[in-house]
Design a protein around this ligand. Structure first.
Ligand code: F6R
Length: 619
């Protein structure tokens, strides 16, 4: 979480930083701030300029006003948009944080886990801390090193070994007015240069307006950026060449394009996201080609176990991946929440393939799970939407979804692209392993290839979904039920409703209800059930009857024209019929629309739901 951007050598640095902060806002929007050096003043004595605001989603607007009131000539400047971890979202806790001399400033993404211990030492040595953040300790530690005569880059390098945790940091110093120094461990950070300027940034989107000449830093590297140059060193002070980044996105693609919000735009981009993800990878005869996977066909044939690891919505895609791998590849498969897998002491060997699924390629739990899997002997593949993201760079192989940049905090198009990609991958494994008949795999491929049109058709029913949403917009208790391929859809439907509409929503395997949760059902509770036709349909309908008998209001995701299902429920969300394994790609669409409609009816900001951030780079 948190977005960092810094520039040096730019005439209109504040305008650039404000525009960059807007693009980074999806990473956190509790508060924001900018600090800058002023090369027109005496570098020996001058202090830093700083503005900060803590007005939730309005912080950047407030900064814009503050900057307009007091325009500053700047040398180097750093800015930050915050998702609060330590200390509430107040101005005092907003970044940048200054040292006691007010000549050093830091912005930070991540968590300095041993900040209490470091702060105790700083307090004893007489520093005055002004925030409740973990971040502030670093600027005071750097202050001590600068006081010994060290330059900013050396001072930062000397402090890094004392820090525990994951972080990306950027610092400026009034004594070196055209320099920005950055460092990272696990949390993402990229640097870029033009002939006359330099930029540092949490991700590509905010850097593109300045340059496409971008580099990714590795763990425990320190970069010194001046106008036109970047010098990277490891902690031993050895110069290293930073890895150039591949940039495949343009700035234009991250705009709303006439929609009311990013979420609705991104939902409507889903047919294309699915189509692009399958393009050239799955063919109607069942053949597959996945180039970036890197892991060769012979090695894939040796895989005896596939474990998907992910968080949140990506975990729901993983559950579908598990079913597809079992069905089409007949290989042992499982899916696990990454934050749990990491600490479970799992047993792996070289025949285990761990597929870490992450839209952002940055989620720290998934990244650490991936690292742990590799440490324990498994091969790891990152399934991600962001080319050259931290996870993509560290994995043995990559499966790229092609959803394009997703700005809305709630995953929509990236989720559908993940579903398409886990299924394409399962088919690929199935083709190599040849445990399932070729004509069945060809039928599976054709079913996958029919998905973009089916998603388009589901979206054409947006009005129907919206009408159902409005009908239930004031209810407070929702249950989402599904079985087999319907379960990940139910889980995702409940998550979307919770995160966007702030409504209690529980998801269960439909058959589990009678083992306890059914006692929660009271007249008026809304039960949304995934009841499209599959071999599980009769069982699901039996579970629906159990809910109806207890007074629940029933909403079914059902096949278009399925009057039998429609007669048994109070409202229906119709979808085109596709085969069961492929059905999550289509069936989740009405549930996204349901959550969207209810959230908007309640006056919520669907692009920036409270307490959330798009990328979760803290544990
Ligand atoms: C929900 C949502 C989150 C993410 C989760 C993992 O709409 O977006 O649950 O799915 O934080 O993020 P990634 O996929 O970036 O690892």
């Amino acid at each position: 979480m948190c977005g960092i951007i810094g520039v040096t050598g730019e005439q209109d640095a504040c305008a650039l930083l404000l525009a960059g902060l807007e693009l980074l806002e999806y990473r956190g929007y509790d508060s924001a701030g900018i600090s800058a050096t002023d090369p027109a003043r005496d570098a020996e004595t001058t202090t830093l300029w700083r503005v900060r605001a803590a007005e939730h989603a309005g912080s950047i607007e407030r900064l814009r006003a503050l900057v307009a009131d007091a325009p500053q000539p700047v040398g180097s400047a750093i800015a930050h948009t915050r998702w609060a971890t330590h200390g509430p979202p107040t101005v005092a806790n907003a970044h940048p944080h200054l040292d006691c001399t007010r000549r050093l400033a830091v912005v930070h993404n991540g968590i300095i886990e041993n900040h209490r211990e470091l702060a105790a030492g700083l307090d004893e040595r007489g520093h005055e801390r002004t925030s409740a953040t973990d971040t502030e300790v670093l600027v005071h530690l750097v202050e001590e090193q600068v006081a010994t005569g060290a330059g900013l880059a050396d001072a930062v390098a000397r402090c890094l070994p004392a820090l525990r945790g994951d972080f990306a940091v950027a610092l400026i110093y009034a004594g070196e007015p055209d320099v920005i120094v950055v460092a990272r461990r696990t949390s993402p950070l990229i640097v870029g240069v033009t002939d006359t300027a330099g930029i540092v940034c949490s991700d590509v989107s905010a850097a593109l307006a300045t340059t496409r000449n971008l580099f990714a830093l590795d763990d425990d590297q320190v970069a010194e950026i001046r106008p036109g140059t970047v010098v990277v060193r490891d902690l031993a002070g050895r110069r290293v060449e930073p890895a150039p980044m591949t940039v495949s996105w343009s700035v234009q693609r991250a705009l709303k394009g006439g929609y009311a919000d990013f979420m609705s735009k991104e939902m409507h981009e889903q047919p294309r996201a699915v189509g692009d993800t399958l393009l050239g990878r799955v063919h109607a005869d069942g053949s597959t080609e996945i180039e970036e996977l890197v892991i060769g066909d012979d090695d894939l044939r040796k895989v005896r176990r596939v474990l998907f690891a992910a968080c949140g919505t990506s975990y729901h895609a993983s559950l579908v991946g598990r079913q597809a791998v079992e069905r089409w590849a007949r290989v042992v498969a499982d899916a696990e929440v990454a934050s749990e897998m990491r600490y479970r002491e799992p047993v792996f060997d070289e025949e285990t393939l761990v597929v870490a699924v992450s839209q952002s390629g940055e989620t720290v739990d998934s990244l650490h799970a991936m690292r742990e899997a590799r440490r324990r002997g498994a091969r790891v593949v990152a399934l991600t939407n962001v080319v050259d993201s931290v996870m993509a760079r560290e994995a043995d192989g990559v499966l790229y979804t092609r959803a394009g940049p997703e700005i809305g905090v709630a995953s929509t198009k990236s989720h559908l692209a993940q579903l398409a990609m886990v299924e394409a991958f399962a088919l690929h494994l199935g083709r190599l392993g040849a445990r399932v008949a070729g004509d069945e795999l060809a039928r599976a491929a054709q079913s996958l290839l029919s998905l973009p049109a089916a998603v388009e058709r589901a979206l054409a029913r947006f009005d129907q979904y919206e009408a159902v949403g409005h009908r239930f917009a004031d209810r407070e208790d929702f249950y989402f039920l599904g079985r087999r391929a319907g379960l990940p859809v139910a889980l995702e439907g409940a998550l979307k409703l919770k995160e966007l509409a702030y409504v209690r929503a529980e998801a269960y395997p439909a058959g589990e209800m009678k083992h306890g949760p059914i006692s929660l059902i009271e007249p008026g509770a809304v039960v949304v059930v995934v009841a499209t036709r599959s071999p599980m349909w009769e069982k699901v309908i039996a579970n629906v009857e159990e809910m109806r008998a207890r007074g629940a209001v029933l909403v079914a995701v059902a096949d278009e024209g399925d009057e039998e299902t429609a007669r048994m429920v109070d409202a229906v969300l119709e979808v085109p019929h596709v085969t069961e394994i492929c059905s999550p790609v289509v069936n989740v669409v009405p549930l996204q629309c349901l959550a969207y409609t209810i959230a908007r009816a309640r006056g919520n900001d669907v692009d920036r739901p409270r307490n959330l951030a798009k990328v979760v780079t803290v544990e």
